[in-house]
Ligand binder design. Structure first.
Ligand code: CA
Length: 229
């Protein structure tokens, strides 16, 4: 049974989250503060974390997220941030240490459970075969340098392939143009962020024509990410 850490100081919400996770077949573990949760990581690591942004004590949600990403043992654990305000969401999106997903309060518990399920399933796939990345209709076979949409091969230029592959490494993380430039063109490349946009336009058009419309989303003033499924 997958263990879900729920780090949330509002007890009423934490209890409701917990009930819904239990009825979906998961084992919730509740933590009221970030400090308490971080201490628990000396033992077993949960399969997924639901993490509130505003937490009392030394470590708020962002500090906990950074601590998770900085630790090899917990780096890949999916994290869904819970936020109360749109401006918190903006700040989360702007962070380089991305959360895997976000829910803005108040949210539907059914929606929460389906996001949890989707992230756990993706983790399973990644564990099964790290050379295959899937996101909805799109699959990348890294060993073969091949992309399919709905099972049909899609011809991409090398840079388009690199961009898609990079975005699909962590589908809900926002990548800035600068991060994409550095990752794909290298730190020494002295072209402009516009270079990314040009390849992005072509990549999107090809995905669009293949039936994967709007799979790459623009996060205004930040960068790009894969769509939420
Ligand atoms: Ca809170």
């Amino acid at each position: 049974m997958a263990v879900i850490a729920v780090v949330e100081d509002e007890q009423a919400i934490a209890r409701l989250i917990s009930l819904h996770l239990q009825s979906a077949g998961y084992e919730p573990k509740l933590y009221e503060t970030g400090d308490e949760f971080l201490r628990s990581l000396r033992g077993d690591v949960p399969d997924l974390v639901l993490l509130d942004w505003m937490l009392p004590g030394e470590n708020d949600g962002i500090a906990v997220l950074k601590a998770l990403r900085a630790n090899e043992k917990t780096r890949a654990v999916p994290v869904i941030m819970l936020t109360a305000k749109a401006e918190e969401l903006d700040r989360i999106l702007g962070l380089e240490v991305g959360a895997d997903d976000y829910l803005t309060k108040p949210f539907y518990f059914r929606e929460m459970v389906s996001r949890v399920r989707a992230h756990l399933r993706r983790r399973e796939w990644e564990k099964d075969d790290p050379t295959v990345r899937r996101h909805g209709k799109i699959t990348i076979y890294l060993n073969e340098h091949r992309v399919t949409v709905d099972g049909k091969n899609l011809a991409l230029s090398p840079k388009e392939y690199d961009i898609l592959s990079k975005l699909m490494e962590k589908p809900s993380w926002v990548m800035t143009r600068e991060q994409l430039l550095t990752a794909i063109w290298g730190a020494d490349f002295d072209g402009e962020a516009r270079t990314v946009d040009m390849h992005m336009t072509n990549l999107r058009r090809k995905l669009d024509e293949a039936g994967a419309k709007d799979y790459i989303q623009t996060v205004r003033a930040v960068g790009y990410k894969m769509c939420t499924l």
